[in-house]
Design a protein around this ligand. Structure first.
Ligand code: PA5
Length: 455
């Protein structure tokens, strides 16, 4: 079975939507030398270990540790896995959980030693949500995975303090090691000190390291995403193979061969030459909707920059938007078709859904429903997608398609890995640092100060 994801940019070309809105062959040709140059820089940064996301899938020893810890903790039969983390520390497992677990996982999971835990991701500090989570997930039945690369983020630290208080009160401090796992910066002299290190020491907690050269939003294939994935029984091996397959496809600088670079080129040219200041990720499968959310962070935080790599003020970036087909056809598509032509619309599509739902031969007296009788929900979804793409073409709206043969650990990993490589290349094309986030750090600093923190 062929499991490669497919990229189709034909509907974003000038031949489909005209040269005012679509990318011309000449524009792509002219960009190739810049892509070659950027590829050489990225290759060097990778080889020198400046940035490490490309090679996370090769860390067999880390994956082994993650799997070993997951089997150890799974033996204890927790009913709930609660991930405490925000931004890059939570969006990866939300994306994987939504794509790879049953849509009703938390309702279907049975209680007991042999079954998978329910998943709750606390990526905010809404007191109502947190209090309800505490009620539904009492410490005795819960494993908490506290994830913070910096080990200092106020939102996550406050959550850690609350659950520590609860565990100490209900089970005693000695129980912390059976209920809390931390994932944070490595313990090395070059790494900034994480507040999770002394906590892990005090209570003897299991601890995973996020490599120093991997930023939050690029960390899904590190223990940040992989430990909760292993706890939830996901096929990590297939994910690693998916990354390897995509890495292989992304090894050439040639835009005709490298899917990530081709997409980066289209997004960059659409933004700079065609006024497409927004990048929509329109998913035609509910399971992929959170991948669009993950992409939203990756694209926004990586490319939204005030200064260029040369220190000039540029205010770069393209606003990422997430949308869901067919649902948003009845909400957003009117704007996308007839509003300002300022968007590149990316679709995330599935060729074959895991289930087929036939539409039965009923309501025979209603002639106007005969086109649905005997069809399937799957065929209707495919028609809605094709109809939208064709309608967008009629109004000269560029569409870049990502097509998964089916949704599984292998294909979803390919998508995530490709989007990471695409973002790294887009950073070079936009001439910004895709790997920092000074705007986020500033907000964190001010909030801590408002709370009375010193220093
Ligand atoms: O991608 C990023 O760097 C950010 O979104 C971080 O993931 C987010 O701010 C959380 O940071 P930390 O993991 O240090 O708590």
């Amino acid at each position: 079975m062929k499991l490669d994801i497919r990229i189709d940019v034909s509907r974003a070309k000038s031949s489909a939507v005209g040269s005012e809105h679509g990318i011309t062959p000449g524009e792509l040709r002219d960009l190739q030398p810049r892509v070659d140059e950027a590829h050489a820089i990225l290759q060097r940064q990778r080889a020198e270990g400046e940035y490490g996301f490309w090679d996370l899938y090769k860390q067999a020893d880390v994956i082994e540790q993650v799997n070993a810890a997951a089997s150890r903790f799974s033996e204890k039969g927790y009913e709930n896995l609660v991930v405490l983390g925000i931004g890059g520390s939570s969006l990866g497992i939300i994306a994987l959980g939504t794509a790879l677990l049953s849509p009703f996982h938390n309702l279907l999971t049975k209680r007991g030693r042999k079954s998978l835990p329910r998943l709750f991701v606390m990526d905010n500090i809404d007191p109502v949500v947190f209090r309800e989570m505490m009620r539904i997930c009492p410490p005795k039945k819960t494993l908490y995975n506290v994830i913070s690369k910096s080990g200092g983020t106020a939102e996550t630290m406050s959550q850690l303090m609350i659950i520590t208080g609860e565990i100490e009160k209900k089970l005693g401090p000695g129980a912390m090691k059976d209920h809390v796992v931390v994932t944070t910066n490595p313990r090395s002299p070059e790494a900034p000190a994480s507040l999770l290190h002394p906590v892990a020491d005090e209570y003897g907690l299991t601890e995973f390291a996020v490599p120093l050269n991997v930023g939050g939003r690029f960390s899904v294939f590190s223990p940040v995403g992989m430990f909760p994935a292993a706890m939830l029984g996901m096929d990590i091996h297939a994910m690693m193979e998916g990354c390897a397959a995509m890495d292989q496809r992304c090894s050439s600088a040639d835009l005709k061969e490298n899917p990530a670079y081709l997409r980066a080129a289209f997004q960059y040219l659409a933004a700079t030459n065609k006024g497409k200041v927004m990048s929509v990720m329109l998913t035609y499968a509910n399971g992929l909707y959170s991948v669009a959310d993950w992409y939203r962070q990756l694209w926004a935080e990586s490319l939204g920059k005030r200064y260029s790599l040369d220190g000039e003020e540029v205010f770069a970036g393209q606003t990422p938007i997430k949308a869901l087909g067919a649902t948003d056809q009845h909400s957003q598509i009117q704007l996308y078709r007839e509003g300002p032509n300022d968007k590149l619309i990316n679709t995330l599509e599935v060729k074959k859904f895991a289930k087929t739902v036939p539409i039965p031969n009923v309501l025979a007296s209603i002639d106007k429903l005969s086109y649905l009788r005997g069809a399937t929900m799957n065929r209707l979804m495919a028609a809605e997608l094709q109809g939208t793409i064709d309608a967008l073409k009629l109004s000269q709206r560029p569409v870049a398609r990502i097509i998964l043969p089916r949704v599984n650990a292998h294909t979803v990993a390919q998508v995530l890995y490709m989007l990471e490589v695409e973002t790294a290349m887009a950073g070079r094309l936009f001439n910004v640092n895709a790997f920092d986030q000074p705007g986020v750090e500033e907000g964190k600093r001010i909030a801590r100060k408002l709370m009375g923190a010193e220093g």
